[in-house]
Design a protein around this ligand. Structure first.
Ligand code: IPE
Ligand code: IPE
Ligand code: MG
Length: 244
């Protein structure tokens, strides 16, 4: 296993598409919900590992804007699990100095969950450890369109000169404003797509697709993924240092 020995070799921001809960359950002849329950245990372990190694930013894709299309029973079970997780894990996160944020479209989420999210963000706002962001009812295209709409409105009302719109300005209108862009995006379960996750922000992210299903994703595999990142050469359109 490639160990992550120093914080200097850690990516600044890791984002994870937690996929494969349903297949994990199916393999065991269990209902899909059982896979989501197992997936929450993995979330807990991965967050602990992130704080243990001193990672600065971790973003987890928990529910996409498209996941509402799933059967009501599954959506209901997922919402129930978010409630449990937000309620039961807040204390440990506070203790570990984690700052929690939730990005996504809050208007579609049940009132009590919205309140929990607000409370969690408020209770952890001053924490200086891991920045933990949940993408929840999140869609990258929706996020980009919302930013464009806001800028267009400002221009229409003569509060903004369109010529001053730069990528940097645009990024300040995204949910992730203030967070560095992800250096590493991991997707579990063998699927090789982004499924509307951090489309703008992942422009230069390293993508790592692992075959493991999310409930089977262990702290060791997480560390190995970060170790692999340390060995990748990032160019950002330029040339490697040795050639330049
Ligand atoms: C990921 O697992 C969890 C969510 C999308 C909420 P899936 O539920 O997508 O599991 P598979 O892809 O069907 O195995
Ligand atoms: C992406 O997984 C969303 C989350 C992991 C929360 P999906 O399982 O919903 O994505 P598709 O449908 O396979 O693209
Ligand atoms: Mg899936």
């Amino acid at each position: 296993m490639a160990a992550v020995s120093t914080t200097s070799s850690l990516p600044r921001h890791v984002a994870i598409i937690m996929d494969g809960n349903g297949r994990w359950a199916r393999k065991r002849h269990l209902p899909r919900q059982a896979g989501h329950v197992a997936g929450v245990a993995t979330v807990r372990e991965v967050v602990r590992t992130a704080t243990d190694v001193g990672l600065s930013n971790l973003t987890l894709y928990a529910f996409s804007s498209e996941n509402w299309k799933r059967p009501q029973t599954e959506v209901g079970a997922l919402m129930g699990l978010f409630r449990l997780y937000f309620r039961n894990d807040l204390a440990e996160m506070v203790e570990r100095g984690v700052r929690v944020r939730v990005i996504g479209n809050r208007s579609r989420v049940a009132d009590d969950i919205r309140q929990m999210i607000e409370e969690m963000e408020k209770k952890t706002v001053a924490n200086t450890g891991l920045n933990l962001t949940f993408a929840f009812d999140y869609g990258g295209q929706e996020e980009i369109v919302a930013a464009a709409r806001e800028l267009a409105r400002a221009a229409k009302e003569s509060r903004l000169d369109p010529e001053t719109i730069t990528p940097e300005l645009f990024a300040t209108r995204l949910f992730t404003s203030g967070l560095p862009e992800p250096d590493l995006v991991i997707r579990t379960s063998g699927e090789r797509r982004l499924s509307n996750f951090l489309l703008w922000q992942s422009a230069y992210a390293e993508l790592l697709f692992v075959d493991t299903l999310w409930p089977d994703f262990t702290p060791a595999l997480f560390l190995e993924a970060m170790g692999q990142f340390a060995n990748r050469e990032r160019r950002f359109g330029s040339l490697p240092e040795a050639v330049a």
